[in-house]
Design a protein around this ligand. Structure first.
Ligand code: FAD
Length: 412
């Protein structure tokens, strides 16, 4: 009886957004699923907690735009199933100089994916976005309808609830320290530090910033996924302007292409405050963090002064929240089978979401569910996410990690 209770079709390890979406997708397909988490559910020590993540479909790479478009539908489906909202819609505004290569690629991607968009000059941006977004004369704005704020902790909780409603079993305080093929019983045996053992026909590993550590332990394979400690910053809106920056009044989620890459969301979760953050962070050990706010240079202060005139207190943020990125060297995700003789296609790993994975969580959950069940996933070019690109560098675009961390990434 004991062992039957511990036998599953699929064991998913790591209950952030990716693991929770995967567990939900598998349970919805009638699979017996176990989701294991090392800490408390909805903890704040990984990447999927807090009050806001941007959703936008403006990516330089078509394959990300497609995943966001699919996810936008899946966010809506989840809302219909659960009965409350985790996705607050707004328009999205990308800004930068017209010659910026990433911005040009984003505009081309909108065209090739038939994403309704408009390229705006300075006056149009000021006119259309509450009169407070003042890009420089020589900049352009790219306006799209698909943007807004996702509520991360609430969203993870929603997918966990939906997974349970569809029959999944969820267990927290289960730190996995062994994943092995069980030649006697068949399938995959998963062991935890506290001595529990579970068996699954298959396994999906979505452990965020712990991915390199765990895969080294269980698969003796070195992954170049680097945890970065970073902070989301909130800035005080000056009196009289609070409405202009609010979601209700049409202020957009936004990205600013340049050095550094800056992004933010409309005022929503903390009235009177605006989230403006810099893409990047400092290398860290996920188990030994300092928790000090990671403030990335002074550029953000001058950026705020220039774009929002005197309407935001730009001396320092009034609130910061710590979080971790899991960076790959090229900023692309890692989604693949762990492979080798031991695991083959029975263990799927997904990580390295490099600061831009949250909004695609629902589509990634669907992809991981199909991969682990069928050995392949429909409607996605998995070649961009393969493990061997780090080993063989077939795309020839893997940049040095430190360069990459300090450079502007357009994929956030
Ligand atoms: C500051 C910041 C801003 C961001 N902004 C955006 C944005 O605007 N838009 C966007 O789309 N994305 C954004 N992202 C990225 C997005 O949040 C992440 O890509 C996403 O949350 C990654 O989810 P995950 O499930 O892979 O990792 P996590 O949420 O970290 O989940 C992994 C889980 O695995 C657990 N785990 C680890 N090891 C073990 C083990 N051995 N046994 C059991 N459990 C284990 C961990 O405790 C954790 O709960 C941002 C990230 C940060 C940090």
């Amino acid at each position: 009886m004991e062992s039957m209770a511990k036998k599953f079709d699929v064991i998913v390890i790591g209950a952030g957004i990716m693991g929770s979406c995967t567990a939900y997708q598998l349970a919805k397909r009638g699979k017996r699923v176990l989701l294991l988490e090392q800490f408390d559910f909805l903890h704040h020590r990984g990447s999927s907690h807090g009050e806001s993540r941007t959703i936008r479909c403006t990516y330089p790479e078509d394959y990300y735009s497609e995943m966001v478009l699919e996810s936008a539908k899946l966010w809506e489906e989840a809302k219909a199933e659960i009965g409350y909202r985790v996705y607050f819609k707004s328009r999205h505004l990308d800004t930068g100089v017209p010659s910026d290569k990433s911005l040009q690629a984003v505009i081309a991607s909108c065209q090739s994916n038939s994403i309704p968009h408009r390229v705006l000059d300075r006056e149009q941006v000021i006119h259309e976005f509450s009169g407070v977004f003042e890009i420089p004369e020589n900049w352009i704005g790219l306006a799209t309808d698909l943007g807004g704020v996702l509520k991360p902790t609430k969203a993870v909780s929603m997918f966990q609830t939906l997974a349970i409603k569809n029959g999944a079993v969820l267990k927290d305080y289960m730190e996995v320290n062994e994943i092995k093929r069980d030649n006697e019983r068949g399938g995959i045996r998963v062991c935890t530090k506290n001595g529990s053992k579970f068996w699954g026909e298959k396994c999906v590993v979505t452990v965020g910033a712990w991915m390199s550590k765990l895969v080294k332990t269980v698969g003796n394979r070195a992954l170049p996924i680097k945890p970065l400690h970073t902070s989301i910053c909130y800035w005080r809106i000056k009196d009289g302007y609070q409405d202009n920056f609010s979601l209700e009044k049409g202020f957009p989620s936004f990205s600013s292409y340049g050095e550094p890459y800056i992004y933010g969301t409309p005022s929503l979760e903390f009235p009177g405050l605006l989230k403006i953050a810099v893409h990047g962070g400092y290398p860290c050990d996920p188990d030994k963090r300092t928790w000090a706010p990671a403030l990335l240079g002074n550029e953000v202060t001058s950026w705020i002064k220039e774009k929002f005139a005197d309407r935001i207190e730009s001396t320092e943020p009034v609130l910061t929240q710590s979080c971790m990125y899991s960076m790959t060297p090229d900023g692309d995700f890692l989604i693949d089978f762990l492979g080798g003789e031991e695991f083959g296609k029975d263990v799927v790993i997904a990580g390295g979401f490099s600061g831009h994975g949250f909004n695609m969580g629902p589509a990634i959950g669907r992809i991981l569910a199909e991969m682990v069940m069928n050995g392949e996933a429909k409607g996605v070019e998995l070649k961009y996410f393969k493990l061997d690109r780090f080993e063989e560098n077939p795309r020839g675009n893997v940049k040095d990690y430190e360069d990459q961390v300090n450079s502007v990434k357009s994929k956030l």
